[in-house]
Design a protein around this ligand. Sequence first.
Ligand code: MG
Ligand code: FE
Length: 169
Amino acid sequence: MASPEERLMEWLRDAHAMERQAETMLSSLASRIENYPDVKAKIEAHLGTTRQQASLLQDCIERRGGDTSTIKDLAAKFVAFGQGLSGIFVGDEIIKGAMASYTFEQMEIAAYRILIAAAEQVGDRETSAVCARILREEEEMARWLSENLAPLTQRYLVREAAPELEAQH
Ligand code: MG
Ligand code: FE
């Protein structure tokens, strides 16, 4: 049994680990994209946002008296999940990457809704406000991916059908 305060701390650490994993996924994805410059730019922009989010979460953890030294170990929690999504370097890599990114954003959205509720439960308004800000950033990225899945799929199919064009990434 954990107190609400202990549970909030655990979830903040989980979220920090999740953002570190997001950083790994997004940077590997962005570095591999060659033929979809707008997608690459959006992923790179969200990579910058993700790094800020990790640092904001670290501030929340420290402000609540938590220690971040065990964060490295906790990051392993999300490694398998991230690799399962992003490690699929197959012919339709750009499509699988977009699908994985969309899925990851949905997990982040759920995580921040949970964190906001937990922070409010213990009266930590600053943590709640930080998580609400991050939630908006995740929702914006999820919306962009959602709107771009269909056009990206069609661009991919056009490129794949053209023998002189490279479509994979
Ligand atoms: Mg994030
Ligand atoms: Fe995100």
